[in-house]
Design a protein around this ligand. Structure first.
Ligand code: F3S
Length: 639
């Protein structure tokens, strides 16, 4: 039986376990990446592990999220990360270099390698034929310390691409279509593998747009073959020697299949407030637009921005529209400055902002209240833009640019305006933004602990009896943004859990933190897909700090579930989803014989308030049982 590409790469990296869907496996991790928003915690955890040098082939610490530096806090965090990177042999990418995933694709990603990143859009690397997985920070710290990562072997979905995209329809529309078909839960426990003759019509950066937003499917990762286009991309980046051809066997067997006819696609948009709420731009109609934001790790490549420049050239941004553009990397910005495209964009009336995450993470450029904002980004959860009542639509760069001119959501294919083909270009390798861990005795570099760096909370071993009060009864699809907001007020405090914890769940229930502090030991009741969205482990660490012992939900998103377990918080699943309605705020819950029950796979929770007992499933692997018993991964690592 032929093999999928995903399983070929996993097999090459298998350290332990049986490579069968549903089985726990341990794989070798070749590369890691961190960004600053999750990275401060990763490096605090790495320090706590008392290691010397990282065990990976390459680890890079990028600074791209909190680059505004409106106070000392961000700068403290950057200095801390730089010092720890130096101590342990990690490359440090300075702020101003660009967005982590774009930079990693350009400079370090290699076909056939494994990459673990403390950012949920790490699967961007799948565009180069990597198995690139987003994980919680602690998992990434462990991967740096031990060179391995454990996961449940995923199923593989085949997405067969047929035909070729029409002008004005792009890679973004492909992934929006896949999201429309599979939904934000459709990829959970799965790898999405792209095949078919349509693959060769997509460049590496097109493919990276698709694998990037595979994160919104909830997928473990997404992967494309490595072919002549991959070779051409690596050559353009001056590293052709990193090329290896890779493909699935022709008779590979998949767990699920989806066919996408590229030539039948038309421009699409994800409507508020979910990336899978997709319809055609034509159907949505000409809604008035207030803001257009182009950039992010999804759509800030050279070809994306050159298309935008071509559409804007000689035109004027609509008087009612604010157009902001953030290029993905310093290389792209340099090239566009050299070839005149930057001048074309500015001449049209666009605002150029720093090549960083910026508005994608709510760092500046919040739209006006009640605004319609078109964004080329990957998430449109309520409030993520920094404006709670803004309506954010996710679109392609082409749709964004033409709509910025017309002032209304516009399907470019209906304008009759030709769209020039954009050829890729060659880039100079410029590592002036990289600080290498050079010199002797770098492990003696002092850790730069500014006053904003606070120790992270640690759990204790699981007791025999767990008592907790229900302090939150949450709905379906709770995001990590809902659990631990990450707007410009809070981003400077990513290394300061005691401060952040005060804002835990503030969008859903302002009294949550105060209530937890009052009762001391608490439980959360959740609906379906609890913890979807960003990989931030602060969404587990802040509840840990507030005394959350377990979360009972109808189902969990993958990374958040791992983050809870890594923190020693039990994610429990209702055996009977209807039990969800029985629980009320303030109910007193008890788990007797907790240690034995954790090992058994089923945990009974007694609700002392209504007198009933409820069964929950743990679905814990052997390793997860050990982590829960020890009170989290750091305790487990320390023995
Ligand atoms: Fe940054 Fe947004 Fe991507 S925060 S890493 S540009 S999802």
């Amino acid at each position: 039986m032929g093999k999928t590409l995903a399983y070929k790469i996993l097999e090459n990296h298998l350290v332990e376990g049986n490579l069968t869907p549903g089985e726990e496996i341990t794989i070798k991790i070749d590369q890691t990446l961190t960004q600053d928003s999750t990275g401060t915690m990763v490096y605090l955890q790495l320090e706590a592990m008392d290691i010397d040098k990282v065990q990976t082939e390459l680890s890079v610490a990028y600074i791209d999220h909190n680059t505004l530096q409106t106070g000392f806090e961000n700068a403290d965090d950057h200095a801390f990360i730089k010092s720890v990177a130096q101590r342990h042999g990690v490359l440090f990418s300075k702020p101003g270099n660009g967005i982590c995933h774009q930079l990693h694709l350009e400079n370090y990603g290699k076909p056939g390698k494994t990459l673990l990143g403390s950012d949920s859009h790490t699967p961007t690397g799948g565009g180069l034929g990597m198995i690139a997985i987003g994980a919680g920070g602690l998992d990434v710290a462990v991967a740096m310390a031990k060179g391995t990562y454990s996961l449940v072997a995923p199923k593989v979905i085949k997405v067969e691409l047929k035909g070729k995209l029409n002008p004005w329809t792009s890679a973004k529309d492909v992934i929006l279509y896949v999201l429309q078909q599979l939904s934000v839960k459709g990829g959970v426990g799965k790898i999405v593998e792209y095949t078919g003759e349509g693959v060769k019509s997509l460049s590496v950066t097109d493919r990276a747009t698709i694998t990037n937003m595979g994160a919104e499917l909830g997928a473990t990762t997404s992967v494309f073959p490595s072919d002549e286009n991959t070779k051409a991309y690596l050559k353009s980046q001056g590293r052709e020697e990193d090329y290896t051809p890779l493909a699935a066997d022709p008779d590979a067997v998949y767990d699920q299949e989806l066919i996408v006819d590229l030539d039948k696609l038309t421009p699409l948009a994800a409507q508020p407030h979910s990336p899978d709420n997709v319809d055609t731009v034509a159907n949505i109609g000409e809604i008035k637009v207030d803001q257009v934001a182009i950039g992010s790790c999804t759509n800030s490549s050279y070809t994306d921005l050159m298309k935008v420049a071509a559409i804007l050239k000689g035109k004027k941004v609509h008087p009612d529209v604010s157009l902001v553009i953030s290029p993905g990397s310093s290389k792209i910005l340099t090239k566009m400055a050299e070839n005149g495209a930057l001048a074309d964009i500015i001449a049209a009336g666009a605002r150029i902002i720093e090549n960083a995450c910026g508005p994608c993470i709510g760092m500046g450029q919040s739209p006006k209240s009640g605004a319609v904002s078109l964004r080329t980004f990957n998430r449109n959860f309520k409030g993520r833009s920094g404006t709670l009542d803004a309506d954010v639509y996710l679109v392609s760069p082409e749709t964004a640019a033409i709509s910025a001119i017309t002032g209304v959501l516009t399907d470019g294919s209906k304008t009759g305006q030709p769209l020039p083909e954009i050829a890729d270009t060659d880039f100079e390798f410029n590592d002036n933004f990289i600080v290498y861990p050079e010199g002797t005795n770098t492990e003696n570099t002092p850790v730069a602990m500014g006053p904003n760096i606070k120790p992270f909370p640690r759990n204790t071993a699981l007791p025999e009896k767990v008592e907790a009060t229900v302090t939150l009864h949450a709905g379906d699809n709770i995001t990590t943004d809902d659990i631990m907001p990450s707007d410009s007020r809070l981003l400077p405090y990513r290394s300061n859990i005691p401060h952040l914890a005060n804002y835990c769940f503030e969008k859903i229930d302002k009294d949550f933190a105060g209530r937890c502090k009052e009762v001391g030991s608490c439980a959360i009741i959740g609906g379906d897909n609890y913890g979807q969205g960003s990989s931030r482990e602060h969404a587990a660490l802040a509840p840990l700090y507030l005394g959350v012992k377990f979360v009972v939900a109808k189902s969990f998103a993958r990374i958040h579930r791992s983050n809870l377990i890594n923190s020693g918080i039990m994610p429990l699943v209702f055996e009977n989803p209807a039990d969800y309605d029985d629980f009320k705020l303030g109910d007193k819950l008890v788990i007797e014989n907790a240690q034995e029950q954790v090992k058994s796979g089923v945990i009974e929770i007694k609700n002392e308030t209504n007198g009933k007992t409820y069964r929950t499933a743990t679905n814990f692997s052997d390793l997860e049982i050990a982590l829960i018993l020890k009170g989290g991964k750091i305790n487990y690592m320390k023995g």
